[in-house]
Design a protein around this ligand. Sequence first.
Ligand SMILES: [Zn+2]
Length: 171
Amino acid sequence: MSGEATPTRPPPWIAGNLMIDEARLAELHAHALECYPSECCGFVSGPVSDAAELSVAVREVNEADKYHKLDPITFPRTSQMYFKINELRAARAFEQGDKAGQPIKVIYHSHCDAGAYFSKEDAATFASDNTLMWPCAFIVVSVMQGRVADTKLWVHVPGTNDFLESKLNVR
Ligand SMILES: [Zn+2]
């Protein structure tokens, strides 16, 4: 034993180029439409054995309104402009997914009457000090006037606080 820590290699799905079937994508879209004109959020996990595959969507609660109600000065934005995922629940979900061989590969959220771009807010939420905060990629669903207009996959650019669009293959 050398006593050196095993370096943790980043999981391959954070680089994007992921695969989702139509039914799963439809679940994300349905969630986005149900929450409109608020932003929805959630996770998509997939088997560790098939890095690109996204197979299970899990809805999470957007806590933006809860925080806004409690403290509108610190949290001036409501769920129409913003989403806030519960970080403790997220950390647990990531840990459980890893243990079960069904890691979370994507955090998704929606934009209401805005494009499926990765906003400055989004980048600041998910990268800090040139480091990705969660070991996953990101799906943004754009809902325009109550209809799904676009869906895009975004990935972190290593060593920066930036994100780039990647390919989401729909089967
Ligand atoms: Zn966003």
